[in-house]
Design a protein around this ligand. Structure first.
Ligand code: FDA
Length: 308
């Protein structure tokens, strides 16, 4: 219930103004966001990769309604990737892109604009010796995102995509995406979705996660198991063993600032662990989704408002 309210708030301009304009918010945001600018993102990446983790960087922003802002968002990625290229080969960092930040939400031409910008980002990623993964947003964007993924993979076969186990359709999408060379990030899903398209109960979302994971582990692609849930991590281990996958034939992914001890422990045990590092000043939507996932985060946020 509280989670649903927070997710509703994540789309309200009024709540956005109140939360974003409140100075103590920034203190709490720092727990989940690496910083405002490219330098902060590259520095976080260096620090994390220096401690044995790998990284995917997200330039914060979503649902851009302005063509100029979409072009700016793409440019921010290109600048970021040039910064990563400067770290030299084997920097261990890729980027994650929300297509709605680069034009997908711009009406009839949205898909074409987002595809153009995504190509630009993929080219810069290739020059930096790395790859791009497309985030998945609300259910209305899934067909468009998978369509753009197909186009991108023709030229940039390493492009990955996130899929959300809470959507009824996702098992089918996993079957379609489990082929040779594909990179699929499996998440539970972070948006408020109606009962007509998505499981509503946590246990149903978790069961669907296991079914999707089985399809991906049994397939020929590269599964990216994105969860902080210990039970699902241990099921991943069993499925990987059942389907003859070695460490390195799949990876774990977690969010910046969440369960950092678990991230290091998994990496220490020889797993590839990728940390999703967001940066930029448009942190509101991302931040509200993190609050919605865990009521304790909201308590932490509220406490910080009253402390100096
Ligand atoms: P669950 O929410 O059940 O949490 C399991 C445990 O993890 C909790 O008990 C708690 O200990 C810890 N935890 C989880 N969330 C926490 C938080 N916010 N703060 C503190 N502790 C927390 N979603 C989406 O719709 N599209 C996308 O593209 C992506 N991309 C993405 C990338 C990566 C790398 C990750 C890890 C996640 C995403 N997500 C996402 C978000 C995802 O859908 C989901 O909302 C969160 O990962 C939380 O779900 P868990 O699987 O961690 O389980």
């Amino acid at each position: 219930m509280l989670g649903s309210l927070l997710l509703a708030g994540s789309r309200s301009r009024l709540v956005r103004r109140a939360v974003s304009g409140f100075p103590p918010s920034r203190r709490v945001v720092k727990r989940f966001v690496a910083g405002d600018d490219t330098e902060a993102a590259v520095a976080a990446s260096r620090r994390l990769t220096g401690s044995g983790l790998t990284v995917t960087i997200d330039h914060l922003g979503e649902e851009t309604r302005d063509a100029g802002a979409a072009a700016q968002a793409a440019k921010a990625y290109v600048i970021l990737l040039e910064g990563l290229a400067g770290l030299g080969q084997g920097h261990g960092t890729e980027v994650s892109v929300k297509l709605s930040a680069v034009g997908q939400a711009l009406g009839a031409d949205g898909d074409a604009i987002a595809l153009d910008h995504a190509r630009e980002i993929c080219s810069a990623a290739r020059a930096a010796g790395t790859t791009v993964t497309l985030d998945m947003e609300d259910h209305t964007t899934v067909d468009s995102t998978l369509g753009i993924l197909r186009e991108l993979r023709a030229d940039f076969p390493g492009t990955g995509v996130a899929v959300q186990s809470y959507l009824f359709r996702t098992e089918g999408d996993c079957h379609d995406l489990a082929g040779e060379g594909s990179r699929v990030r499996l998440v539970k899903g972070a948006y408020a979705e109606p009962p007509g398209v998505a499981h509503q109960k946590k246990e149903d979302v978790d069961r669907a996660y296991v079914r999707c994971l089985r399809i991906l582990m049994a397939g020929k692609g590269y599964p990216m198991v994105a969860t902080h849930d210990d039970r699902l991590i241990s099921i991943s281990e069993s499925l990987a063993a059942r389907y003859g996958r070695e460490r390195g034939d799949y990876e774990y992914q977690m969010l910046y600032g969440i369960r950092t001890d678990r991230q290091t422990a998994l990496a220490g045990a020889g797993h590839t662990v990728r940390v999703y590092v967001p940066y930029g000043d448009d942190w509101y939507g991302y931040f509200m989704r993190r609050l919605a996932e865990r009521p304790a985060n909201l308590a932490f946020f509220l406490r910080s408002l009253t402390s100096k």
